[in-house]
Design a binder for this molecule. Structure first.
Ligand code: WQD
Length: 349
């Protein structure tokens, strides 16, 4: 990854990372530092721990500026921007992201994922120039017809309120960019997994993990009895669902490259959209096999019913990110799983 295009120090202001103590946010803070950016983190610690700040410091040698703030509080957001006038870019991760929870409590998701976006954009539209990276998701495609999925695949009515907040969020960003100085890039993540190679930061799911890989690693350390594989009757080669699992460090680097593109004015539209994946699909059983290889452990699992709302298959066409952003994922599934396994063993002592 070539960071030499970073503008001269004097041109680089502060980068605000909301949700910067979260899984993807914390890894992005590390890569922003590595690329020479100065960062300030906003996080309300509702789904993250202040210890992540120490983990970041152990990796980069300095503790980034941190402001504990709930973006649902409009006045706090306004006050933040009054005291931080040199924000040159914003990477907005702060959001709730549990699909199942969003079905049970939709208004929590509309308040936390939409109101916060509106309050942030209300501040950014007042600035001469604002660069905004929005954390979106492949979930906006629903079950896409054609694989691999390109950015112009139709955005469908997502199945969950979580997915709907990503679809609505993208529309809000587009509408505001049309009438303001905001330039934006929407990054549609596929399935982020793994942890920083130092094992100083990684995924910290609260309670029982909803996502596949943390459930696998917790099963591997004996925290969970066995993995339930949600269905093996999908129309896929081995009957289990297929996803595009991308190393979180590769995903973090995509944010830095996207930000640099906006700061250097290379974007050709006010709002650009990129899929961020590996371009490779892996089934649940293939992930299990890969985990057993890297951990040298047999993973106990059982096949159960499909999970409500799951799609059969999704993996990215990454041509646009490769050619336009000049970014591609570097890590293999095995390397990502090995980093997740090293992290799990580290935090379980
Ligand atoms: C992956 C596969 C499951 C758990 C969601 C969101 C997406 C993003 C990532 C936030 C599926 C199967 C899972 C388990 C299983 N979220 N599985 N047993 O659902 O593809 O994507 O999380 O950014 O927006 O939609 O990810 O990890 O939950 O599931 O068999 O215990 O693993 O059925 O096929 P998903 P996942």
């Amino acid at each position: 990854m070539n960071y030499t295009e970073v503008p001269p120090l004097g041109d680089r202001g502060l980068i605000l990372v909301t949700g910067g103590l979260g899984f993807i946010g914390s890894h992005t803070v590390v890569e922003l530092h590595n690329a020479g950016f100065e960062v300030v983190i906003i996080d309300n610690l509702s789904n993250s721990s202040i210890d992540v700040l120490k983990g970041i410091e152990k990796i980069i040698g300095v503790q980034p500026a941190f402001v504990q703030l709930d973006l649902r509080d409009k006045k706090s957001v306004q006050d933040f921007f009054k005291t931080h006038t040199d924000i040159q870019g914003v990477i907005h991760f702060a959001a709730s992201k549990a699909v199942g929870e969003s079905v049970e409590n939709p208004l929590l998701y509309y308040e936390n994922n939409i109101n916060t976006l509106v309050y942030l954009l209300q501040e950014l539209q007042l600035k001469e120039k604002a660069n905004f990276i929005f954390s979106s998701s492949c979930t906006v495609y629903g079950q896409a017809e054609v694989m691999p999925i390109t950015e112009d695949a139709p955005v469908q009515q997502p199945i969950s309120p979580y997915g709907n907040t990503k679809k609505i969020g993208e529309e809000i960003v587009k509408d505001v960019a049309k009438i303001s100085s905001i330039n934006a890039i929407l990054l549609r993540y596929f399935n982020p997994i793994g942890a920083h190679p130092s094992a100083e930061i990684g995924e910290l799911p609260l309670g029982v993990p909803q996502n596949l890989v943390p459930f696998i690693t917790q099963t591997g350390v004996g925290l969970r009895k066995e993995l339930s594989v949600f269905g093996n009757d999908y129309p896929t080669p081995d009957g289990t669902a297929v996803r595009d699992y991308i190393h979180v460090v590769d995903l973090a680097k995509a944010h830095v490259v996207a930000l640099q593109r906006l700061i250097s004015g290379k974007n050709t539209e006010k709002v650009e959209v990129f899929n961020v994946g590996t371009g490779k699909g892996s089934s649940v059983l293939e992930v299990i096999t890969a985990f057993e290889t890297v951990s040298d452990e047999k993973l106990p699992y059982k096949i159960v019913e499909r999970r409500e709302g799951d799609i059969t298959i999704a993996y990215a066409n990454t041509d646009k990110a490769n050619s336009v952003l000049g970014w591609s994922a570097q890590s293999t599934l095995e390397e990502a799983l090995a980093s997740a396994w090293k992290w799990e063993r580290k935090i379980r002592g």
